[in-house]
Design a protein. Structure first.
Length: 268
C-alpha cells in the first residue's frame, strides 16, 4: 500500500536520520569524481546491458500525474508533439503512444544501448516516433528537432543523473525546441528520499549528490534549487511541489518514505 501527499515543505528527518547524514561529510576524491564524469555514458550503457529492458516498470501513471498531456490540447483530437528527454528503454514513451494515438514523440537518451532497445520494441514506429542518441549537456537538440516545435517536454528521473554544474545546459537545450507558452513536465528525486538515506558512507560526491555502486549518479532536489535552475534559463514556474509517499511493506513491517519533486515550468 502507499499513501501520498503533495506540498511545499520538505520531509522532516528523524533525529537518527539527521545524525547519520550529518556524519557523512567525506566526499569521493576529485580524481574519482572526474573519472565518473568521463565514464558517465559508459556506466549507463553497462546499466542497460545488465538490466536490458527489465529494470524500470512501464510508467502508466504519466497521464494521471500530468493532466497537461491532455490539457495542453486546444481541441480533442489535436496532434501533439512531445519530446521525452532521457527516454531510457521507453517505459514512459510506449504506454503514452499506446494510450494517445494523436501524439508524435521525439525521444532521446544518453545511452546508445537504451536507444537500440527502443528501436527494437514492437511498438516502435517511425511514423509516430523519432528516437536518437543525445548527450543533452552538449549535443544540440536542433540537429534532430525543429526549433519551437514541441508542445510538451517530459524530464522524468533524468536531471538527477547529471552533474549539478551541467543541469543548466540541459534546460538551455530543451528551451530551443519548446514552443512559446508550452511546458516542461518534471519529476525526479526529492531531498531526503529513502534512496538518499540508504547510501553508504563514501558515496557522497557533493551536496545532495551521490554515486551508486554501479557508477551511475543521483542528485536529490530541493524545491528552491530546482526553481532557481529553471528561472535562470528563462522559464516561468507554474507548479513546483514535493510528492511524499509512504510505501508500506507489510511483510517486513517497514515504512519507506519516498520523496519526489514534481513540477511544471513554462517557456514564456
Amino acid at each position: 500500500g502507499a499513501f501520498q501527499t503533495k506540498g511545499h515543505s520538505a520531509r522532516v528527518l528523524s533525529p537518527e536520520e539527521a545524525e547519520r547524514l550529518a556524519k557523512d561529510q567525506v566526499l569521493v576524491s576529485e580524481f574519482k569524481q572526474l573519472k565518473l564524469e568521463k565514464e558517465a555514458q559508459k556506466n549507463w550503457d553497462l546499466f542497460y546491458k545488465r538490466n536490458s529492458t527489465n529494470f524500470f516498470k512501464d510508467r502508466h501513471w504519466t497521464t494521471r500525474e500530468f493532466q497537461e498531456l491532455k490539457a495542453c490540447r486546444e481541441f480533442a483530437d489535436q496532434k501533439l508533439t512531445i519530446l521525452e528527454a532521457g527516454c531510457g528503454v521507453g517505459n514512459c514513451l510506449f504506454p503514452l503512444l499506446e494510450e494517445d494515438l494523436n501524439i508524435f514523440a521525439y525521444a532521446c537518451d544518453f545511452s546508445p544501448r537504451a536507444v537500440e532497445y527502443v528501436k527494437k520494441n514492437a511498438l516502435y514506429s517511425t511514423e509516430r516516433c523519432k528516437v536518437f542518441q543525445c548527450d543533452l549537456t552538449k549535443d544540440d537538440l536542433l540537429e534532430n528537432v525543429t526549433a519551437d516545435s514541441v508542445d510538451v517536454v517530459t524530464l522524468i528521473f533524468v536531471l538527477s543523473a547529471i552533474h549539478p554544474d551541467k543541469m543548466n545546459l540541459v534546460l538551455k537545450n530543451i528551451y530551443k525546441v519548446l514552443k512559446p507558452g508550452k511546458c516542461v513536465l518534471f519529476r525526479d528525486y526529492g531531498l531526503y528520499d529513502h534512496a538518499m538515506l540508504r547510501f553508504k558512507s563514501g558515496s557522497k560526491l557533493g551536496e545532495n549528490f551521490y554515486v551508486r555502486q554501479d557508477g551511475t549518479r543521483s542528485y536529490f532536489f530541493t524545491k528552491e534549487f530546482l526553481s532557481q535552475l529553471f528561472k535562470a534559463e528563462g522559464y516561468e514556474q507554474v507548479v513546483n511541489e514535493y510528492v511524499q509517499r509512504e510505501t508500506v511493506n507489510r511483510k517486513e513491517d517497514l515504512c519507506v518514505p519516498r520523496v519526489f519533486l514534481q513540477a511544471k515550468f513554462q517557456k514564456p
